[in-house]
Design a protein around this ligand. Structure first.
Ligand code: NDP
Length: 450
């Protein structure tokens, strides 16, 4: 009999952990996974899925307004936050069940409880010690709040999904994914939103045209952007919260949402005691095969803090399963990872920004700004922005960027083209689908002057 009860013990049943566990079991490994919260991790419970459902809800307000231009008239719509949250919770509970079934069907043992490491091959869950040949840490991350006076009054995205009522006055702190998505959701649902961001341009690290365009469009929709500004302190008074900004402005709020990045979940797992090393940001340090400095302990997903995206964690999980138990999948590439910010309007991007591409060599830039056909009758003043970054020497398309309706749906297809090394000439040779916004990506012919 083996000295190990399991070939793989996964800590954390989020996107990455569940995928690695299922794939390993399908390859014949004996697998257990421990989880002390709801199955599915951040994405299912406190991230991608509930966020997108709330984003759909927030879109209706505009849609009702737009309908008049198409001949519809309707009674004044009303909105119930409680109904939305109850329906969202029901769908999340269904997904928790789907995850449990997926694990069961794959033959993975699910242990409910918090797992801690005892040694390089032993974990303890609910008082039970279990030995495993490999241990996979897939514990994800959690929201991080800056330390400043009164920050305890601020909530994070974790709590935003379960608020008892929709706040009327909201201050969102941050200028990244979560800040922009929640600012859009809460604004769309009727809250007055101030977004406070320390930088001069939201979406730092993205192509500059994306942040600039989104800022203009979000402002038109009613979000107040306060850039190059920081929160100094938050106080509670009889009327709610008072947020003091570093320029002296006071903002009254019912809710302050800190969306200031996420930190890897490494505490309380016994990793230090076993000797697992962390990088400067506190993430588990792993090699190209996701192995830590302790060979039997591996880690994937947000806890290694490479790219905090569900599809990346899935790719890492599948690779680890095959690396350990057979199968020839290559290590995941972090190039050309397409991503979307589900702000209103959406932002989506794949490949290099103009700034990154220029740092590597000469480029040609193609950019289009236009009003989508739908808004000719809706009357809405909303601009779509599309941009292609091309390597001047090889004609290869290096980056494709968009702000506009369904940007995520559109950019996904172009990510395949970039993965295949498409050139601008091949974009040009592609016949468009008319009338769509996406066809603009294959009809831009004149480079923007440098
Ligand atoms: P981001 O890194 O996207 O944004 C964090 C924001 O907070 C930045 O604007 C940052 O400013 C600001 N910030 C950080 N620290 C401080 C501080 N001490 N004081 C003031 N401001 C601060 O993180 P999020 O929390 O929005 O999301 C975490 C990650 O989760 C994302 O990076 C993404 O990978 C993933 N995610 C993906 C989504 C999607 O795919 N649609 C949706 C939500 C999250 P600065 O720019 O100056 O550093």
């Amino acid at each position: 009999m083996s000295e190990y009860e399991y070939d793989l013990f996964t800590i954390g049943a989020g996107s990455g952990g569940v995928r690695a566990s299922r794939f390993a079991a399908q390859l014949g490994a004996r697998v257990a996974v421990a989880e002390d919260r709801d199955l599915g991790g951040t994405c299912v419970n406190l991230g991608c899925i509930p966020k997108k459902l709330l984003s759909y809800a927030a879109h209706y307000e505009e849609d009702f307004g737009d309908a008049a231009g198409f001949g519809w008239s309707m009674i004044q719509p009303t909105f119930s936050w409680q109904t939305l949250i109850a329906n969202k919770n029901r769908e999340i509970a269904r997904l928790n069940g789907v995850y449990e079934k997926l694990l069961g069907d794959a033959g993975v043992t699910l242990l409910r409880g918090r797992a801690t490491l005892v040694d390089a091959h032993t974990v303890e869950v609910a008082g039970q010690r279990i030995r495993a040949r490999h241990i996979l840490v897939a514990t994800g991350g959690r929201p991080a709040k800056p330390e400043l006076p009164g920050m305890a009054h601020a909530i994070t995205s974790d709590e935003a999904f379960h608020l008892a009522r929709l706040p009327v006055r909201v201050v969102v702190y941050g200028g990244g994914y979560i800040a922009l998505e929640f600012a859009s959701i809460l604004n769309g649902l009727g809250a007055q939103v101030n977004l406070v961001y320390r930088g001069s341009r939201i979406l730092r690290g993205f192509d500059a045209d994306l942040g600039a365009t989104l800022a203009t469009e979000m402002t038109k929709k009613g979000v107040t952007l306060r850039l190059s500004t920081q929160i100094s302190r938050i106080d509670r008074d009889d009327d709610g919260l008072v947020v003091t900004l570093d320029d002296g402005t006071l903002l009254d709020a019912d809710c302050v949402l800190a969306a200031t990045g996420r930190t890897p979940n490494t505490a309380g797992l016994g990793l230090e005691a076993v000797g697992v090393e962390f990088d400067a940001r506190g993430a588990v340090q792993v090699d190209e095969n996701f192995r830590s400095n302790i060979p039997s302990i591996l880690a994937i997903g947000d806890v290694i803090d490479r790219v905090q995206l569900t599809p990346v964690a899935l790719a890492e999980g599948m690779f680890v399963a095959e690396h350990l138990f057979g199968g020839g999948r290559p290590a995941p590439s972090y190039e050309n990872v397409a991503t979307a910010v589900f702000s209103h309007p959406n932002v989506a991007t794949v490949g290099l920004s103009e700034e990154e591409a220029r740092a590597r060599g000469a480029v040609r830039i193609f950019r289009s700004r236009f009003k989508a056909l739908r808004h000719t009758l809706s009357g809405r003043d909303e601009q779509t922005m599309m941009k292609i970054v091309v390597d001047a020497a090889s004609d290869r398309v290096l980056g494709v960027h968009m702000v506009g309706e369904e940007a995520g749906e559109i950019i996904q297809g172009f990510a395949v083209a970039l993965q295949c090394g498409a050139t601008k000439a091949q974009f040009d040779a592609t016949i468009g689908i008319h009338p769509t916004s996406a066809e603009e990506f294959v009809t831009m012919r004149t480079a923007v002057e440098p």
